[in-house]
Design a protein around this ligand. Structure first.
Ligand SMILES: Cc1ncc(COP(=O)(O)O)c(C=O)c1O
Length: 358
C-alpha cells in the first residue's frame, strides 16, 4: 500500500496521545488511576460551561452554526478585534493543520523548534512540506537560529509560547526582535495554548505584537485552562485577509454546537479561570520543590506541566509510575513531562516517584 501515499505520510507515526485512565484501570487492575499526562485542567470544566452544554443537547439534530457566530462575536469583543480577524477551530490543533494546508505547498518550507509541539512536524509531513526543526537552546526557542533557518521558500514558522513539552517561554524582547526581523513572505503562527498559565513578567501577549508583523497569527484554545479539551474548541486571530483564506479551507461545521455554547459560557466564568490559574501557580511551585527534594531539577515552566530529565531511563520510570497508577508522559530524549494536577494528585505522583527512585 505504501505506493498510495507520499513519502512524508509513509514516515508519519500516529499522534501518541496520553494513555487514558480507563485503559490503565483495565490493563493493570488498578482502581484509582490518576492522569497527569495531557496538560488538562484538573479542576475540570466550569459548571456554567457544563450547564450550557447540557442545554444544547436537545438541538443535536440541527447542524451547528457554521460560522460559530455567537462565540466569535464574544471573542472578538473581548480581544478588541473584528470578527473577520478570527477563526474557530476543532481545537487549535485543526488551525495548526489549516495553516499548513492553506499557505504551504510541497515546494515551500516550514520552520519550527525541536522539541516542540509534535503536531507541527506531523502536519508538515502529512502535506509533504519540507521543514527545518531548529533545536532549542538551553530548552528555549532559539529565535535567532530560527530566523537564520528561514529561506525564500519558507512560508510558515511555528512558535509555541510557552513551549510544549519544556514549558519554557520566549520573552517580549526576543519575540519583538524576531517579529521585527522576520521577512514579509513568512506567516508566524504563535501558539499560545498555555497563555493563561504564564506568570513571568516578560511573557508577551501575542495579540499585542500584531503591529510588529502583519502576518502574525495567534492561536488560543479552550482545551487547557478552560477545561474543555473533549469539546475541541480553539481559535486564531490574524490579518482578516489571511484568516479569510483559512475560512475557505476549513470544514463547514468544524466546531459542534455543544463546544460552541460551552466555550461561550466558559469565557464568562472568569472566576473559574482565576481559580485554575492560581491553583496551577501554587501547585507548579510545590511540584517543582518536591522534584528538587528528590534530586531532580525540572525546567522552569510557564505552563501547567513540568519537564525533567529522568534519573533512570524515561521508559522504565514511566512504566514504574504506571504500575503505581500514575500516568505521565515519557519522551524519546529520556525526559518526563508531568501535568500539574490537584494537590493530592501531585503528592501521589511525588510519593510514587520517591518510591521508584529509592
Ligand atoms: C502547544 C500546543 N498547541 C496546541 C495544542 C492543541 O490543543 P487543542 O487542539 O486541544 O486546542 C496543544 C495540546 O496539547 C499544545 O500543547
Amino acid at each position: 500500500m505504501s505506493s498510495l501515499v507520499s513519502p512524508g505520510i509513509e514516515t508519519l507515526r500516529p499522534y501518541a496521545a496520553g494513555k487514558p485512565i480507563e485503559e490503565v484501570t483495565r490493563e493493570l487492575g488498578i482502581a484509582d488511576v490518576i492522569k497527569l499526562a495531557s496538560n488538562e485542567n484538573p479542576l475540570g470544566p466550569s459548571p456554567k460551561a457544563l450547564e450550557a452544554a447540557a442545554a444544547a443537547l436537545s438541538g443535536a439534530h440541527r447542524y451547528p452554526d457554521a460560522s460559530a457566530h455567537a462565540l466569535r462575536t464574544e471573542l472578538a469583543r473581548q480581544h478588541g478585534v473584528s470578527m473577520d480577524e478570527l477563526i474557530q477551530g476543532n481545537g487549535s490543533n485543526e488551525i495548526l493543520e489549516l495553516l499548513v494546508r492553506t499557505f504551504t505547498t510541497p515546494e515551500q518550507h516550514i520552520v519550527f523548534a525541536e522539541p516542540s509541539f509534535v503536531v507541527y512536524r506531523m502536519a508538515a509531513l502529512a502535506h509533504g512540506v519540507p521543514f527545518t526543526a531548529v533545536p532549542l537552546r538551553n530548552q528555549v526557542h532559539d529565535l535567532d537560529a530560527m530566523l537564520a533557518a528561514i529561506t525564500d521558500k519558507t512560508r510558515l514558522v511555528f512558535i509555541a509560547n510557552p513551549n510544549n513539552p519544556t514549558g519554557t517561554h520566549v520573552g517580549q524582547g526576543a519575540l519583538g526582535r524576531f517579529l521585527t526581523a522576520v521577512p514579509d513572505h513568512v506567516i508566524v503562527a504563535l501558539d499560545e495554548a498555555y497563555f493563561e498559565y504564564a506568570t513571568a513578567a516578560d511573557y508577551p501577549d501575542g495579540l499585542k505584537n500584531r503591529g510588529l508583523h502583519k502576518k502574525l497569527v495567534v492561536l488560543r484554545t479552550f482545551s487547557k485552562i478552560h477545561g474543555l479539551a473533549a469539546f475541541r474548541v480553539g481559535y486564531a486571530i490574524g490579518d482578516a485577509e489571511l484568516v479569510g483564506y483559512m475560512h475557505r479551507v476549513r470544514a463547514p461545521f468544524n466546531v459542534g454546537i455543544v463546544g460552541q455554547v460551552a466555550a461561550l459560557a466558559a469565557l464568562a466564568d472568569t472566576d473559574h479561570v482565576s481559580r485554575s490559574r492560581e491553583l496551577n501557580e501554587s501547585e507548579r511551585s510545590r511540584l517543582a520543590a518536591g522534584l528538587q527534594n528528590l534530586g531532580i531539577e525540572p525546567v522552569p515552566s510557564q505552563g501547567n506541566f513540568l519537564f525533567f530529565e529522568a534519573p533512570i531511563s524515561a521508559a522504565s520510570l514511566y512504566d514504574a509510575l504506571l504500575q503505581k497508577g500514575v500516568i505521565v508522559r515519557a519522551f524519546a530524549g529520556a525526559q518526563i513531562r508531568v501535568t500539574v494536577g490537584l494537590p493530592a494528585e501531585n503528592q501521589r505522583f511525588l510519593t510514587a516517584l520517591g518510591e521508584v527512585l529509592a
